[in-house]
Write a protein that binds this ligand. Structure first.
Ligand SMILES: Cc1cc2nc3c(=O)[nH]c(=O)nc-3n(C[C@H](O)[C@H](O)[C@H](O)COP(=O)(O)O)c2cc1C
Length: 425
C-alpha cells in the first residue's frame, strides 16, 4: 500500500498536498474547510505588521485559451488585509483543532532586522510548524521595497533568511522565491547561505494578462486603470518545473528542501514536481477555480500511480527524473526519430501536412486512396523527428514517433565532428 505521509523540510505531513499562501488560506473558515477536505497543510496568507494593507477592487484578470478555459490568473491582491492578532488567534485555534495538519506562517516585512524578527516571533508563538518568507509578490508590495524587490537582490534574500532563521531556531524556514529573475539558482544559493531549510517556488510571474479594448486599459480594471500583476495557474507550470529542476540539480542548492508551487492542478502535476526533486507541493489557482475537493483526486491519483509503480513512499520516486534532466550539450545528437502515420486512425484533416509544410520540414505528402480518401504519408529522408505533426494531430494514437536504428554511436555536441570548438578539431 502506498503511503503518502512525508516530510517536507522536516515538517511531517499526512500527504504532500498543501495549499499555497493566498485567499484559500486567509482565515479560519477556509482553512478548516481545507483540512476537512483532506489537505495535508496550508501556508497561511502572508502576514505583515499592522496596520493591515488596503486592497484594490477588482483584483483578478484571467487568460483563457481559444476554447474559453482559464489557463492562468493574474492578481493584484496584496498580503493579508486583516489585523495580525485576528490571524494569529485563528492559527492558534486551528493548530489546537487539527494538530496533525500543517500550518506554515508566511510573512513579509520591511527590510529591517527588527521588523522581520519581531513579526516572525509573533507568528511562531501562534504555534506554526515553520515559516515561509514571502520575497516574491511582483506588484504593490514591491513598490514599498518588499516582495520581489527583496527577492531579486541575493544579498537581501540571504539577510532576511538569516534574520528569520535566528528566531525560528529548530523550526524550518522556507524562503519563497520570485520567478521574476534571470537565474533562480542565485537567490536559492543566497537563501541557503542565510540558513534556509528549504525554498518554496514559484511565486507569481509579473505580467499584464490582457488589455480591455473598450476602456483601453490593462485588466483587472480599477476605476478605468490597470497595472501589472502576478500570473499563476496551469500556464506557469513549465516555468516552475524548470526552476525546481535547476535548484535540485545544482550541487550548491541540492540540499535544500523544495516545496514546489506553480500551476499544480492534478496528481500528475504533483508527481512531476516530486520526480524533479520536490518534497511536497503547494496549490493555489486550482483550488480557487475548482474548490478544495480537488485534493480527493490528487490523493487517489497519486496513490494509484505509486501502487502501479511499486513506490511505497514519496521518497521512493522523489528526484528520479533529475538524472535524466541534462543540459542540451549532453544530448545524443545521433538519436533519430521519424513520424509514422497510422492510416487506419487518420481522419484526413490534414493538420499534420499543413504544420509540416508551413512550419517544419515539408516531410508529409498528400496522396489519394481508393474511394476518394486523402492519405498522408511521411517522407523519412525529410523528417527530422521534431514532433510537430504529433502535437497538432487531433486523434490519439494516429501519429507515432519511432526511433530509427541508424547504427550510429551516441555523440554529444562537445564531441561532434562539426563542432569547431571540439577538442582536437
Ligand atoms: C489571489 C492571489 C493571492 C496571492 N497571495 C499571496 C500571498 O499573500 N503570499 C504569497 O506568498 N503568495 C501569494 N500568492 C501566490 C501563490 O501562493 C502561488 O505562489 C502562485 O499563485 C503560484 O501557484 P498556482 O499556480 O498554484 O496559483 C497569491 C496568488 C494569488 C492568485
Amino acid at each position: 500500500m502506498a503511503d503518502l505521509n512525508c516530510s517536507i523540510g522536516r515538517v511531517e505531513s499526512i500527504n504532500p498536498f498543501w495549499l499555497a499562501s493566498a485567499p484559500p488560506t486567509d482565515k479560519y473558515v477556509n482553512v478548516k474547510r481545507a483540512f476537512d477536505a483532506g489537505w495535508g497543510g496550508v501556508v497561511w496568507k502572508t502576514l505583515g505588521a499592522d496596520p493591515p494593507v488596503v486592497n484594490a477592487s477588482s483584483r483578478y484578470g484571467v487568460h483563457r485559451d481559444e476554447r474559453g478555459s482559464i489557463v492562468g490568473i493574474n492578481n493584484i491582491e496584496l498580503i493579508s488585509d486583516r489585523p495580525l492578532d485576528e490571524n494569529l488567534r485563528e492559527i492558534e485555534q486551528l493548530r489546537r483543532e487539527y494538530p496533525e495538519r500543517v500550518i506554515i506562517g508566511s510573512l513579509m516585512a520591511p527590510i529591517e532586522e527588527g521588523a522581520w524578527k519581531g513579526l516572525a516571533e509573533k507568528i511562531l508563538n501562534a504555534g506554526v510548524q515553520g515559516l515561509e518568507l514571502n520575497l516574491g509578490c511582483p506588484h504593490g508590495m514591491c513598490e514599498r521595497g518588499m516582495g520581489s524587490a527583496v527577492g531579486q537582490v541575493p544579498e537581501m534574500v540571504e539577510q532576511t533568511t538569516r534574520w528569520v532563521k535566528t528566531v525560528a531556531g529548530k523550526l524550518p524556514v522556507f524562503t519563497k522565491l520570485t520567478p521574476n529573475i534571470t537565474d533562480i539558482v542565485v537567490p536559492a544559493e543566497a537563501a541557503r547561505r542565510g540558513g534556509a531549510d528549504g525554498v518554496a517556488l514559484i511565486n507569481t510571474v509579473n505580467s499584464i494578462v490582457s488589455v480591455d479594448l473598450n476602456s483601453m486599459a490593462p485588466t483587472p480594471l480599477v476605476d478605468g486603470k490597470g497595472t501589472h500583476g502576478g500570473y499563476c495557474g496551469t500556464a506557469v507550470k513549465p516555468i516552475a518545473l524548470n526552476m525546481v529542476s535547476a535548484i535540485a540539480r545544482d550541487p550548491e542548492t541540492a540540499s535544500l528542501a523544495i516545496s514546489a508551487i506553480g500551476g499544480i492542478t492534478t496528481w500528475r502535476d504533483a508527481a512531476e514536481f516530486i520526480a524533479l526533486g520536490a518534497q511536497g507541493v503547494q496549490v493555489c489557482t486550482a483550488a480557487m477555480l475548482y474548490g478544495f475537493r480537488i485534493v480527493d483526486d490528487m490523493i487517489a491519483g497519486l496513490t494509484n500511480f505509486m501502487e502501479e509503480n511499486q513506490y511505497r513512499s514519496i521518497a521512493d520516486f522523489r528526484g528520479k527524473a533529475i538524472r535524466n534532466t541534462v543540459d542540451w550539450n549532453e544530448l545524443n545528437l545521433n538519436f533519430d526519430l521519424k513520424a509514422l502515420i497510422h492510416q487506419d486512425n487518420c481522419i484526413e484533416c490534414g493538420r499534420c501536412h499543413i504544420a509540416c509544410e508551413d512550419a517544419a520540414h515539408q516531410a508529409i505528402r498528400i496522396g489519394a486512396a481508393p474511394g476518394g480518401r486523402r492519405t498522408f504519408t511521411v517522407v523519412n529522408d525529410e523528417c527530422v523527428g521534431c514532433n510537430l505533426c504529433l502535437h497538432v494531430c487531433p486523434v490519439e494514437n494516429c501519429i507515432e514517433m519511432k526511433p530509427v536504428a541508424n547504427g550510429l554511436a551516441p555523440v554529444t555536441w562537445p564531441e561532434h565532428p562539426l563542432n569547431p570548438l571540439r577538442k582536437g578539431a
